[in-house]
Design a protein around this ligand. Structure first.
Ligand code: CP
Length: 304
């Protein structure tokens, strides 16, 4: 069984194939009847130890639209919380019921990779701590390609809390391999303290106005307070002044530059409502829409 634990599990050819297939599903998903038979008889279990709206619902919808059986495990009412069963015992138990996929989200980096070692079904990483969120990276690539027609050669800025963002980590690894020039814009406190960005040829800006010059895509990340000590959380007002995307700051980017966010967004902090809701510039809802189709393509790819 193939897993999707990191975006680096996929080569460029596989990424392209998934994006192409997602566009086929996107057309079907706009029809009245969205159900297709491809994965009938297969089973997917969603095991989300950390909260989610987009990723959980879109994996569920993706599986249902391919005629799969889907179980969303209620972690709060499971033997993990009530009876103290370990996560390893939990996944071995689920695996013994012969699912084809277990989609796992966990707040600890590396936890999904470790759990995959206990299972012989396909494991999909739906986000582990600050480490990786590979299906979100594919969603973002699909949204950009569909909007701007390409990824190679684009200047893509990822702005905000880079340090704690698994989306940033997966996207940097993917977009650089797809031929984009990636830059990050963040305060020093939200940048990695090592040379990892320089090694990946990612440009680093601490001044947002400088960092926005000549960019084609601006991806806004929220401040991930849940991964910080209270003393590390910046004032929302100051963060908005320095790193919030406003209509004025958007004018610095290339004309027609697209705005993205993996969500959830904090309006008035990292992004203003009049930017987020401007459908001529913002791809936020396009990301959500293509998210279901991309996850359908991922499920098919892993079983192929
Ligand atoms: N982008 C993302 O992972 O959103 P959720 O936390 O709502 O799944």
């Amino acid at each position: 069984m193939k897993h999707l634990l990191s975006i680096n599990d996929l080569n460029v050819e596989e990424i392209t194939k998934i994006l192409d297939r997602a566009n086929y599903h996107a057309k079907v998903n706009r029809q009245v009847n969205k159900k297709q038979p491809q994965l009938s008889g297969r089973t997917l279990i969603n095991l989300f130890v950390e909260t989610s709206t987009r990723t959980l619902i879109s994996f569920e919808l993706a599986a249902l639209r391919l005629s799969m059986d889907v179980i969303n495990m209620n972690v709060e009412k499971s033997s993990i919380t009530v009876k103290g069963e370990s996560l390893a015992d939990t996944v071995m138990t689920l695996n013994a019921m012969h699912p084809d996929f277990i989609v796992i989200r966990h707040n600890v980096s590396g936890q999904v990779q470790e759990l995959a070692g206990y299972m012989d079904c396909s494991v999909i990483n739906a986000g582990d701590g600050t480490n990786e969120h590979p299906s979100q990276a594919l969603v973002d690539a699909a949204a950009i390609r569909n909007s701007l027609g390409k990824i190679a050669g684009l200047n893509i800025a990822i702005c905000g809390d880079i340090l704690h963002s698994r989306v940033a980590h997966s996207n940097i690894n993917m977009f650089t391999r797809l031929g984009a020039q990636v830059r990050v814009i963040a305060p020093k406190a939200f940048l990695p303290g090592d040379d990892s960005l320089r090694e990946k040829k990612v440009e680093v800006f601490t001044d947002m106005k400088q960092g926005l010059k000549d960019v084609d895509v601006i991806m806004m990340l929220r401040v991930q307070k849940e991964r910080m000590e209270a003393s590390e959380v910046p004032s929302e007002k100051q963060f908005h002044a320095d790193y919030g995307l406003t209509k004025e700051k958007l004018k610095i980017a290339r004309p027609g530059a697209k705005v993205m966010a993996p969500g959830p967004i904090n309006r008035g902090v990292e992004i203003d409502s009049d930017v987020a809701d401007d459908r001529s510039r913002s791809l936020i809802l396009e990301q959500v829409e293509i998210g279901v189709s991309v996850r359908q393509a991922i499920l098919e790819h892993l079983l192929a």
